[in-house]
Design a protein around this ligand. Sequence first.
Ligand SMILES: *Cc1c(COP(=O)(O)O)cnc(C)c1O
Length: 215
Amino acid sequence: MKVNQEVVKTIMDEVKPARLIAATKYVDETQIEELEKCGCLYFGENRVQALLDKYEKYHGKGHWHFIGTLQSNKVKYIIDKVELIHSINSLKLIKEVEKQAKKHGLKMHVLLEVNIADEESKQGFDKNDIRDAMNLIEECPHIIVDGLMMMAPNIEVEKTRVYFRQTKELLEQLKKEYPDYPLKELSMGMSQDYKVALEEGATLVRIGRALFKDE
Ligand SMILES: *Cc1c(COP(=O)(O)O)cnc(C)c1O
């Protein structure tokens, strides 16, 4: 797969003021450099090993985000390499991020992943458990919650709107209850549904397939 430069530029403009997080699982570091040439400076990886490989080989100015399922025992490998972890989905993971961030003397920015449509196949906190996560983080001085992340169900695009909207409403609630945190980011929307996600308030869109073409 290769970067489709025209499309990348178009989408970057289209999503403003939201930010494009390019999902880079489909490409290697040479294509990541091509993304940078288009002005895209945020790269989202969903696997730890792939992130480490590409991080080592890439020497540009871009920023790495972790967007996939993260096992607690792998936090230590990425903690000092990523700017934002989108996919915090358990209390165990929160404790490990705090431990590793403290060890490295840094404050880790995270998003809480919420399973907004209560899907069995999906990761993320139940919306009723999200406050347990927030309360735990209040005891973690090395973690800053920037907002929420979700993945919409794989259904007709227009039917996903309600789930984006509910996530935004949950964020607004949390802002009132936890004024000490920035809680301004909503990571939602992928290639197939990012337009609807933007209409419903997404500030970070994680887009992969749409940015690339077959060679
Ligand atoms: C791959 C991926 C995306 C992007 O999906 P596309 O359908 O390729 O746009 C977004 N979020 C996560 C967590 C991913 O793994």
